[in-house]
Write a protein that binds this ligand. Sequence first.
Ligand code: PLP
Length: 383
Amino acid sequence: MPFDLSSALAAREAAGLKRQRICLDSGQGRQIRVADRSYLNFSGNDYLGAAGRPELVQAWQAGLALWGAGSGASPLVTGYSLPHARLEAQLCDWLGVEAALLFSTGFAANQAVIKALLGKDHLQWQDRLNHASLQEAGAASPARMKRFAHNDMTQLRQLLEPKRGLIISEGVFSMDGDQAPLAELVALSQASGNWLMIDDAHGLGVLGAAGRGSLAQQGVAAGQVQILMGTFGKALGCAGAFVAGSRDLVDYLANFAREYVYSTHLPPAQAEAISAAIAWVQQADGAREQLQAHIALFRQGAARLGLTLGDSQTAIQPLLVGESEQALALAQRLRQRGLWVTAIRPPTVPAGQARLRLTLTAAHRREDIVHLLAALEEGWHGR
Ligand SMILES: *Cc1c(COP(=O)(O)O)cnc(C)c1O
């Protein structure tokens, strides 16, 4: 046999790292149902509670009636239609970018950018905690990857070489919830003559005026970042992604990015739903305020309990536990109390840094946060 799958799986199992998919029998929301039991959901990325909103569902339904189920082809063939063009224009207006290009997933968008742009004579500088999709793409590209310690601008400055390539960071880090120092990244990219790419999967919709994301929140103009990537599967409650930047960047990717050229375009009805999601998110200040209030309440409560949280002011609140088994056991105890939380283990995070990745959303109620804190207090001391 050329592939020994069972021993790879057995080794993972023995290390306490085997993954199991959980099948929900409900949609996304404040509560989810699993195996006939209801849980308060502290695991999803639907930070504003957008996924279940009637505006989005109705826009998707109306889009289906008008445009059919699928896009029928890749975007350079006949898969690009008015809903896609309108969504791209809407992204430009919302984010103040010159042009935008749609992808079916954020994973594909990151692969597309990094693999289409970087050649063997380029360099790339990536934050060590960058998402797997960025690091995978970087490893697959012929350009040498220089990884800098998380948010360590001093080390990045030392590693930079003038005019050699691309600095890549997230706006909000997906497992830690902390934020990149964007103004410093911009300054380093300008001083060194390198481009800057920001993946704002977890900032878009949640942070900044009108939910414009991490750049707006940190006072960085969109034009100072050559490549902005965002996803529609998190705060926007749908699925899909975009890459935004100059008109040349978008034209280049539409010509050279294989993930774009050789893949069926996302359904036009989905583009209609995403457009409705953006329209809703732009004016969802109430939801953003609600979320911030939950974050503040949770962090104050956790500090009182002496729990070790990461340094995060965002919806992603990591509770650092240490070993995988302990994180799993704590998640299990919370489940028994009706709370759904996810233990994040290596290789997703470094060894010894297993954690509960708790996510708060605007759909939660104040009493849910109080309930979470009480359950954590009990669960933690039962360790
Ligand atoms: C989720 C995520 C992606 C991938 O986006 P999908 O649309 O889920 O494929 C990329 N980057 C970051 C930082 C993410 O959190």
